[in-house]
Ligand binder design. Sequence first.
Ligand code: GTP
Ligand code: MG
Length: 202
Amino acid sequence: MKVQEARYVMSNSDYRKCPEPIMPEYAFIGRSNVGKSSLINMLTGKKALAKTSQQPGKTQLINHFIINNLWYLVDLPGYGYAKVSKVEREKWEKMIDDYLFNRENLICTFVLIDVRHAALTADLEFMARLGEAGIPFHIIFTKADKLKPGQVANQVEAYKMKLTEIWEEVPPTFVTSAEKNQGADPILGTIDTYNQSFQKTK
Ligand code: GTP
Ligand code: MG
């Protein structure tokens, strides 16, 4: 699938005010600074579509982008950002949870993991909650340019091993680098497949 058009639609703190849920939607989620906004820019080929920052905590709302006038990409705030107050953090977490657990056109989520890190409890707990809520997810490893290819492969294998300790089945995984513009096609292909089955069930 080619991204012909990518447009910012709106930002919200309340899922009930998000665009009418009539098109398939895909959300990017993960710890602060993992590269969610950068990945959205890479996938759409628009460098400044989603706002990125070296400082964690940049994305603070539910941001909708419409792609090819057919489907939504959603950029979410990161979880586990330690520098904001507990009250603020809980507010964000509730906003994300309410969105994830109630958004009726959300087809699946992509959980982003920095490929340099070993499995972190916050990420594993988050995936467990998605699983319990029956929200399908895929894993996208980010920042692959920061390691040598062999190291990337080892990290991914180790992560999958960890997941098999918890899950019977490991979700599909992708490896990306927004810096080097790598890994977009398989993700867009997966979204395309979902879009087609969404059309068929309409
Ligand atoms: P929050 O909105 O704060 O939760 O962060 P985010 O997950 O949206 O991360 P963002 O895309 O803003 O990127 C955070 C930092 O990581 C920025 O400095 C990016 O330039 C950098 N970054 C993102 N992706 C990559 C990548 O693939 N490779 C490298 N080297 N840096 C990356
Ligand atoms: Mg962001």
